[in-house]
Ligand binder design. Structure first.
Ligand code: UT7
Length: 351
């Protein structure tokens, strides 16, 4: 039986450290509030116009490729998960292909738009392609440059203080050792609350049709296509979040989808060597840990240093846990994520 293994892993974090005290100067918030409600002490921000989601993803991917012991020319497919792409389109998959100079094979590049669950969704897609024998080296990247899309006024404080920039990447390969690799993935979605954690402008829902008069639509005051002048004037151009609803749903769905993965493989929480939860809020992770009956050394938390890096958070945490020697061959690793959509998922990996 063919299984998918993580052959190489890496992450990249921009150098600039932004402590809570810096945000205190920009908006009505406090280090005490941020730490008490989220556990976050600081986050990283990329350098505007020099670094982008694509360039950070490329730096993480270079490490993953090197550690997999392959050349970039060996990559058969690129999967790129992000909610903060360089462009509205095309996606970061083709941009990272160009950035890294791996266009020789004209291998496919696909973007995954599943926000905080993007990396787990991407892992599932890669696993399917590898187990069917279609591709041998799949590069999966999760990267975000949130800092370019946040509202640094008081109005955006509940969202802005949480998010940070960074990237993580893995190279996935087939293995004939059926005792190793991805044991299963479990994906879910419920669009009922799509707008409760969303970045809705720019988008065609509120845009302006340039052929308005000819098509008989009512004349609009402001022009544009996806982004109208009115959206800009109202500053209705930032992400919004119903934090309490997201929190309540997350603490239900995380344990549910972790248990689903364990049950599918006839395993117990005590079998988990390392749970890598999406780093949404330290309180969420602590709640999940308690409800699963896990010890401190079974759960990886780094939100204190990096904030929530959305699609990058699971691969950064996984890479960090592996680099620090906390994940070794044969260990059972559980990945779990929940976020905007709502979408959520889990993956069990025998390292
Ligand atoms: O990756 C998945 C995406 N996100 C999440 O998983 C986030 C899930 N939700 C959360 O983490 C929490 O809901 C937050 C950290 C966002 C907010 O914490 P909370 O304990 O749910 O606070 P709240 O929204 O109920 O707000 C409490 C108070 C409010 O003031 P009033 O109405 O009590 O006067 C807010 O206006 O805190 C205020 N507040 C802030 N105060 C200082 C909101 N943001 C801030 C802030 N600094 N940054």
């Amino acid at each position: 039986m063919i299984r998918t293994v993580i052959a190489g892993i890496g992450h990249y974090l921009p150098e600039r450290v932004v402590p809570n005290s810096e945000l205190e100067k920009l908006m009505d918030t406090s280090d005490a509030w941020i730490q008490e409600r989220t556990g976050i002490k600081e986050r990283r921000y990329g350098v505007p116009h020099k670094e982008t989601t694509t360039t950070m993803g490329a730096r993480a991917a270079e490490k993953a490729i090197e550690r997999a012991g392959i050349n970039k020319e060996d990559v058969d497919m690129i999967l790129f998960a992000t909610l903060s792409p360089d462009y509205f389109f095309p996606g970061c998959g083709v941009l990272v292909q160009r950035e890294m100079g791996i266009t020789h094979k004209e291998a496919p590049a696909m973007d995954i738009r599943n926000q905080c669950s993007g990396f787990v969704y991407g892992l599932s897609v890669a696993d399917a392609f590898i187990r069917t024998g279609q591709y041998k080296n799949v590069l999966l990247i999760g990267a975000e440059m949130h800092s370019m899309g946040l509202d640094f006024s008081d109005r955006g404080r509940n969202v802005t203080v949480i998010f940070g920039d960074g990237a993580g990447a893995v190279v996935l390969q087939p293995s004939a050792d059926s005792g190793r690799g991805i044991l299963s993935t479990h994906l879910h979605a419920d669009g009922t609350h799509a707008e409760e954690l969303a970045f809705i402008n720019p988008g065609c829902h509120g845009g302006y049709h340039l052929g308005t008069e000819q098509f008989g639509y009512p004349q609009q005051e402001y022009g544009g296509i996806f982004l109208t002048e009115k959206m800009w004037q109202d500053q209705n151009i930032f992400p919004n979040m119903n934090g309490q609803l997201v929190f309540k749903t997350a603490v239900t769905k995380f344990p549910e989808v972790i248990r689903e993965a364990l049950q599918a493989n006839a395993l117990n929480p005590s079998d988990i060597r390392m749970l890598i939860p999406h780093q949404a809020n330290l309180r969420i992770s602590q709640f999940v840990q308690k409800s699963m009956g896990l010890r401190d050394d079974q759960v990886w938390n780094n939100i204190q240093k990096y904030g929530n890096t959305t699609a990058a958070s699971v691969p950064i945490a996984l890479s960090e846990a592996w680099e620090s020697g906390n994940i070794e061959k044969g260990d059972l690793v559980c990945l779990a994520a929940f976020g905007s959509g709502f979408t959520w998922g889990s993956a069990l990996i025998r390292w």
